[in-house]
Design a protein around this ligand. Structure first.
Ligand SMILES: CC(C)(COP(=O)(O)OP(=O)(O)OC[C@H]1O[C@@H](n2cnc3c(N)ncnc32)[C@H](O)[C@@H]1OP(=O)(O)O)[C@@H](O)C(=O)NCCC(=O)NCCS
Length: 151
């Protein structure tokens, strides 16, 4: 069993490094240290011997909608179940909060389909969630897919 825990303030630098690594490869949106500190209560991590192997955030968007963000696994641990464990922890939290739908915007649509999400047209998501797209270097040429998990 992979031990997924809520992130602590001591994990912030490691989370930042993980996201920075994958963002440099064009896989995800870069997050500033300031952003991660401000949203640290959204994050889950998997740790081993004090090192962060992966991170994932669940961000509440509305009464009936939350977003999975910043799912990232350390390069040397990809393909070993860390991503799935993090995603399951985020979905469990959404379910416990009574949130019926969880969406994500990603380049890794096959991973999310494999783990229970369904592709949806982007215009089915509320306008509100597009606010941070202006921080994406690809804006307005978005190549991400929108997917939803429904309980
Ligand atoms: C995408 C990512 C989070 C997957 O995490 P991971 O730990 O490698 O995945 P897991 O080992 O937990 O895989 C869980 C399941 O998904 C499948 N899977 C993993 N990566 C996949 C992919 N890229 N496409 C399709 N299926 C995938 C696995 O085969 C496994 O299936 P199984 O349960 O039937 O055996 C990881 O590769 C990563 O960090 N990528 C870079 C950052 C990124 O693109 N994040 C995406 C969200 S923005």
């Amino acid at each position: 069993m992979m031990d997924v825990v809520k992130a602590s303030l001591d994990d912030v630098e490691a989370i930042r490094s993980l996201i920075e690594y994958h963002a440099a490869n064009g896989k995800m949106l870069l997050r500033s240290l300031s952003y991660i500190y401000e949203n640290i209560r959204d994050y889950f991590v998997v740790r081993e011997d004090g090192e962060v192997l992966g991170c994932c955030a669940l961000h509440v968007s509305w009464r009936d909608l939350a977003e999975v963000k910043s799912l990232a696994v350390r390069e040397d641990r990809i393909g070993k179940g860390v991503g799935k464990a993090l995603l399951e922890a985020a979905l469990k939290e959404a379910r416990e909060m009574g949130i019926p739908r969880v969406f994500t915007l990603t380049l890794e649509k096959d991973f999310f389909v494999r783990n229970g999400f369904e592709l949806v047209p982007k215009d089915e998501l509320p306008m509100k969630i597009w606010g941070e797209c202006i921080y994406c270097p690809k804006y307005p040429d978005c190549d991400e897919a929108a997917l939803i998990y429904q309980f």
